[in-house]
Design a protein. Structure first.
Length: 258
């Protein structure tokens, strides 16, 4: 006998029956995998924390190093009064003195500050090398100039110029004449390598230094040729007064470009 369907009581309003689509709800399917999901979520959170933590640490280190670099550069601009002796109590209370008693002292402390800046000081390598020359650390300066001197940028040209300056400085202190001659030849080669392109940066400086070294080596005609070429490639060079003075001293004043 067929089962009689239950009659609907109209006073109860519409009757709703639960219907499962596909047999299971999404939550029912996820429950067996909840442990894996929680572990993955925690692992992802840890990875993100490490990533952003490392970024924060690197930025913090870079900011700290940049501050050290700025302080070192500021120290390098402090006024020097030869023979000045600051009050010890006043000097101890200040990280940055208002006056130095010698250029050597200022250079030494500026170099110490640059070292504290770590890798950031790469942006001030040329300045660091210049300070090393001032303090007599020529080999250290030469190493920096050679490292920075690769390439075609203006900084690279200045660094190659620095190589010549260091070699020329070494020649001026060499006691052996043969050693002095060798270093002057190396300095001349370094200046000629500064900028071989007549339209490139620092070409006028390279020719000026070349002329100076040739003059010191007694090669007057070659020195005049280099100095005159400097005026040809850069008629309005900042070195023009110095070049004209040297040419006049070499007896080539009548050959100057008007």
């Amino acid at each position: 006998m067929a089962r009689k369907e239950e009659e609907h009581d109209p006073t109860l309003g519409p009757q709703v029956q639960a219907v499962h689509i596909g047999g299971e709800s999404l939550l029912d399917r996820l429950i067996p995998h909840m442990k894996k999901i929680v572990v993955l979520a925690i692992g992802g959170t840890v990875v993100l924390c490490i990533f952003f933590g490392m970024r924060w640490w690197k930025h913090r280190k870079a900011e700290k190093a940049t501050n050290q670099l700025a302080l070192a550069l500021e120290r390098g601009s402090v006024m020097v009064i030869p023979g000045y002796e600051p009050d010890p109590a006043d000097a101890a209370s200040k990280d940055l003195p208002t006056t130095y008693g010698s250029y050597a002292r200022r250079a030494e402390e500026t170099l110490t500050g640059l070292k504290k800046a770590g890798e950031v000081r790469g942006a001030a390598s040329l300045y660091e090398a210049q300070l090393l020359v001032q303090t007599g650390k020529l080999d250290d300066a030469l190493a920096i100039y050679k490292r920075v001197g690769a390439g075609r940028t203006t900084d690279a040209a200045v660094a190659r110029e620095g190589v010549g300056v260091v070699l020329e400085t070494k020649a001026s202190t060499a006691k052996d004449q043969a050693e002095q001659q060798r270093l002057l030849e190396e300095a001349l080669a370094a200046y000629r390598a500064v900028q071989p392109d007549d339209s490139g940066p620092r070409r006028d400086y390279a020719l000026y230094h070349e002329g100076r070294v040739l003059e010191s080596m007694g090669k007057t005609s070659d020195a005049v040729a280099a100095l005159q070429k400097a005026l040809t490639v850069a008629p309005e060079t900042q070195l023009k007064p110095l070049i004209e003075q040297r040419l006049a001293a070499l007896g080539a004043g009548e050959s100057l470009t008007p």
